[in-house]
Design a protein. Structure first.
Length: 141
């Protein structure tokens, strides 16, 4: 991350999580749309709040791959970016990413009738564990 080489360390510690959140959100959406091309929604279901909520009972296991991969991938990359930019307490940057995405995950699973198994897997594996992996990945490069 040479672009940040001459930046003030305090500014790096502030901007790391901000850029991590933005990039993580972009990766999240990109992965969701990518996996939706591989595992399209059931016929007649649209990507609207109303349509998803009304048709969640028609979803098969494969239809939950896209959101899980988006949530996990966005958190992983966001935490990695945050940790790479920050100078000190890099684990806090990764934790910030994990917590922000976890809060978003709680909001998501409570907004529609999500199957319990998916809520448990998504909330348990896609956020804090991925933030931890992103932090450790950033240390090993």
């Amino acid at each position: 991350m040479r672009i940040f080489a001459r930046m003030n360390p305090t500014l790096k510690n502030f901007i790391g999580p901000v850029i991590g959140l933005l990039m993580g959100a972009l990766i999240n959406m990109a992965l969701i749309y990518l996996f939706l091309t591989i595992f399209p929604l059931p016929s007649g279901v649209e990507l609207t709040e109303k349509s998803l909520s009304e048709n969640i009972h028609r979803f098969e296991f494969k239809h939950f791959v896209a959101p899980f991969m988006g949530h996990a991938g966005g958190t992983l990359i966001g935490a990695w970016i945050s940790s790479k930019i920050m100078v000190s307490n890099r684990w806090i940057g990764a934790l910030i990413i994990g917590l922000f995405f976890l809060i978003g995950g709680f909001m998501e699973v409570s907004a529609r009738p999500t199957p319990t198994w998916f809520a448990v897997v998504d909330l348990g594996l896609a956020y804090l564990p991925m933030a931890w992996l992103g932090f450790h990945w950033s240390k090993n490069e």
